[in-house]
Design a protein around this ligand. Structure first.
Ligand SMILES: *Cc1c(COP(=O)(O)O)cnc(C)c1O
Length: 497
């Protein structure tokens, strides 16, 4: 018997198994799948302390994927977290200037998206087998830069799948773009859109709920799934590294098991930090989750006022993976702070789509006390990079810098000097070399990305990571661009519907 099933935040439809939820990605009523109950690990914290990443991953993931066999889960984990990562520890915790950084960028595409997207293809294939699905799976994804490449890497060459990625043509870094448009693999498709990430995400959601298209797909034996962070198959693997960070702190002797710590998370679509919220609900001693935004500070306003208002200018910043005004995963948090009341979630989501804004009530706002929200301006972000480099010779990327700056604000405003705090370091600084190097020293402003990568590697006294070493010599394979209204036609063309 599976104790934990999955249901929609919007309340319609049946409760389904984990494998069915992973395959569907999004519920039929447009809601997101949530587990019927949040489990606790079957083993006490003290006994998890010395586990390696893969064993720990098994013990967390198995609680959620209850219709998967042990061998299936272990097999997915082994295929995901191997030599593709440049360190056997997978996600090392480093201490710099009194702050802890959990480096989540040691995977093939140099961003934290690899943590979940290297396992998702295997979870999906296993789920398809369990559900006796004999259709070709079409992964449709909107990306603010990092998901796209990580998903392409994860699904390239996987038999029985095709992947189509839409990215905002002018909203990603040069390196992110090159990583995507040079992707090899016959089953991969990459398209730039004239619009921002929210346009891409809305377009993909519309394609998912296009009933007519679904019929045409079915006739050709295709089925859609999503690699975006709305898929629980992406959310669950992200819970693992919150535990892993905590256990590393215990092993370093910097905390005792049971002591509460904070996490600061550079946030866009609210997927990463939501996994931290699940970890807290599973019993991991987390005091506060500090939600860091860039100048697109919708979430900062939300946590401070209880008002979510997307009606504002979309700002292109140096942390493009966080340039988002509609944070999809927030819907899951709304569900919990309203005591799992789907009618309320439905109502708020309707207001968001009709009016572009909603207000939560007083009781719900009180339940936000697990979180604090801060934001960093572009100047704050540059300053955080330069200070960290000056004080410790440690180079952080622009997204991590937003989090570091937000953490500084939290310390000062709440006088929270004693709680050990882990900053989730979500990308390698190489991915955003121009902005990072410029922040370190304005003399670097003139050089191009690839030149700066070399300079950065000298400053870090380390080799350029394999994922981007020869990027500028790779041939561009994908050069289709379309308007935001033509996304469906692109899909129809690719799939010959
Ligand atoms: C995706 C991403 C984020 C934001 O994570 P969410 O789960 O969307 O909140 C932050 N930093 C980097 C580098 C990313 O790629």
């Amino acid at each position: 018997m599976n104790r934990i099933l999955y249901k929609s935040t919007r309340g319609q439809g049946e409760q389904i198994t984990a494998s069915a939820a992973i395959l569907k990605g999004i519920a039929d009523d447009g809601g997101l799948f949530v587990p019927t109950e949040i489990p606790e690990p079957g083993i006490p914290l003290n006994d998890l302390i010395n586990m390696d990443f893969k064993n720990l991953a098994y013990h967390i993931i198995k609680e959620y994927l209850q219709d998967f066999e042990e061998v299936e889960i272990r097999d997915c984990i082994n295929k995901a977290y191997n030599e593709k990562f440049d360190t056997p520890s997978i996600a090392p915790l480093v201490k710099k200037s009194g702050v802890y950084f959990l480096e989540l960028f040691h995977g093939p595409t140099l961003a934290f998206k690899d943590m979940a997207l290297s396992i998702l293809p295997y979870l999906l294939k296993t789920a398809a087998k369990k559900q006796k699905l004999n259709k070709e799976i079409v992964i449709l994804t909107a990306t603010s830069g990092d998901t796209g490449k990580a998903a392409l890497e994860g699904f390239a060459g996987v038999p029985g799948t095709k992947i189509i990625v839409f990215f905002p043509k002018s909203g990603v870094s040069e390196i992110q773009k090159m990583q995507m448009v040079t992707q090899t693999g016959d089953n991969t498709h990459v398209i730039g859109i004239e619009g921002n990430f929210d346009d891409a995400q809305t377009g993909v959601k519309n394609i998912f709920s296009d009933k007519e298209l679904q019929k045409d797909m079915s006739a050709l034996n295709y089925v859609f799934s999503s690699a975006n962070s709305i898929n629980i198959g992406r959310l669950i693997p992200q819970i693992v590294y919150y535990y892993y960070a905590y256990l590393q702190l215990c092993r370093m002797g910097d905390i005792k098991a049971g002591e509460e710590i904070n996490f600061t998370v550079p946030t866009g679509n609210f997927g990463n930090i939501l996994a931290g919220y699940y970890a807290k609900k599973m019993g991991l001693p987390i005091k506060h989750l500090i939600c860091a935004s860039n100048e697109n500070n919708v979430l900062y306003d939300f946590f401070n006022t209880g008002i979510y208002d997307k009606k504002r200018d979309f700002i292109i910043t140096m942390s493009p993976s966080m340039d988002i005004l509609v944070s999809s995963n927030l819907e899951r948090l709304l569900y919990y702070i309203h005591d799992e009341d789907s009618d309320m979630v439905n109502e708020l989501m309707t207001q968001l789509s009709l009016k572009g804004a909603y207000v939560i009530n007083k009781q719900a706002k009180e339940k936000l006390s697990d979180f604090y929200g801060y934001y960093a301006s572009e100047a704050d972000t540059s300053e955080a990079i330069s200070e960290m480099y000056k004080s410790d010779g440690y180079i952080i990327d622009t997204h991590t810098a937003v989090a570091l700056s937000a953490y500084g604000k939290h310390r000062n405003q709440k006088c929270d000097f004693d709680t050990k705090t882990v900053i989730l370091s979500t990308a390698s600084p190489y991915k955003f070399a121009p902005e990072v190097m410029k922040s370190i020293d304005p003399k670097y402003s003139e050089l191009n990305s690839f030149h700066l990568i070399k300079k950065m590697s000298r400053l870090m006294k380390a080799e350029i990571p394999g994922g981007i070493r020869d990027l500028n010599n790779k041939p561009v394979i994908h050069n289709t661009v379309c308007s935001k209204d033509e996304m469906k036609e692109q899909v129809v063309t690719i799939l010959k519907l």
